[in-house]
Design a protein around this ligand. Structure first.
Ligand code: ZN
Ligand code: ZN
Length: 315
């Protein structure tokens, strides 16, 4: 049922992969935004949530956590404060251009959550593209030629970026906001660690020691992480065909489907957050151009912008 994963590097060059992953806009972007609460707040903002109490009741985020994440998003100029009441003064949170530019990635998360999520927060039930008048699903497409793209359509090149300091992906220096109780819970399926492991497997790392080297994660933490991903259905583990003593980690339909999110997020981080090319540099084989990820309408194939889309909420 599953298409074979592409093996973009022949016999993975682990040092190259480590340097490329460490200096990728994906890794650096996830470090800033990879916490699930932050992503949920942004998704809420795209669904029209603006006020603190509405974020809290609709997303079920603890007040203190919500307050920290909102502050961080304002500091990053993803959200901006707009006064809506003067006595007493109250502000609401609206998406700034930098936040709005994340729309492709947000659509990809919605789509993924619909198919594989645990249904633990409200999502649009149906998306309608006003430009063409049809309900649609967001599709991953190539900005250069506009064609729909899957993982197998890309040839991935790795070019470490010396301008983004090559920090180890597993670097656990203090995040910008303290994340209490939200870092290592295995229930959080889309946190930064999970996504970095998924991208390493996507790039061709199959074995425990390869993942440990490329991500700079020590054996006991990596072992816990991998077990959590297997339990969450994001990886499967099987004995190596060539060496029964070893085990290989493979993508599942759920983790393969994260490709749209990972590539649109990396594109957003490159274009909007860092103004730097990604060290993970795919080429779209069919058109021969460097691949820039966009979300497009499954009906008319046009690129999707927030102002062109309406949605119906789940009951
Ligand atoms: Zn193309
Ligand atoms: Zn359309």
């Amino acid at each position: 049922m599953n298409a074979p994963d592409p093996i973009p590097v022949t016999g993975p060059d682990l040092d190259l992969m480590r340097d490329a992953l460490g200096s990728s806009t994906l890794s650096h972007g996830l470090r800033r935004l990879g916490d699930r609460w932050t992503v949920q707040i942004l998704m809420g903002a795209f669904m029209g949530v603006r006020r603190f109490d509405d974020f809290q009741t609709r997303l079920g985020i603890p007040r203190h956590t919500l307050s920290q994440r909102l502050k961080a998003l304002v500091a990053m100029d993803m959200l901006r404060l707009h006064p809506y009441q003067t006595h007493p003064p109250r502000n609401e949170y609206r998406l700034a251009p930098r936040g709005l530019a994340m729309y492709d990635a947000v659509l990809m998360v919605w789509d993924w959550e619909h198919r594989f999520g645990e249904g633990d927060f409200p999502l649009p039930r149906r998306l309608i593209h006003k430009s063409c008048g049809h309900a649609f699903l967001p599709k991953l497409s190539c900005d250069a030629c506009g064609e729909e793209v899957t993982m197998g359509d890309l040839a991935i090149r790795l070019r470490p970026n010396p301008r983004l300091p090559a920090e180890a992906a597993a670097d656990t220096r203090t995040p910008r906001v303290p994340i209490e109780g939200a870092t290592l819970s295995l229930g959080l399926r889309l946190d930064r660690w999970a996504l970095m492991i998924v991208i390493a497997v996507t790039l061709g790392c199959r074995h425990f020691d390869q993942l440990s080297h490329v991500l700079g994660i020590g054996p006991s933490v990596l072992s816990r992480r991998l077990q959590g991903l297997v339990e969450a259905g994001l990886l499967k583990v099987t004995p190596d065909r060539d060496d029964q003593r070893r085990r290989v980690y493979l993508l599942t339909p759920a983790s393969r489907a994260l490709f749209g999110y990972l590539t649109t997020f990396a594109t957003w981080a490159s274009e909007t957050l860092f103004n730097e090319p990604s060290s993970i540099a795919p080429i779209h084989r069919a058109c021969g151009k460097p691949f820039t990820a966009r979300a497009s309408c499954s009906h008319c194939h046009a690129r999707l912008f927030p102002q062109d889309v309406t949605f119906e909420m789940e009951a």
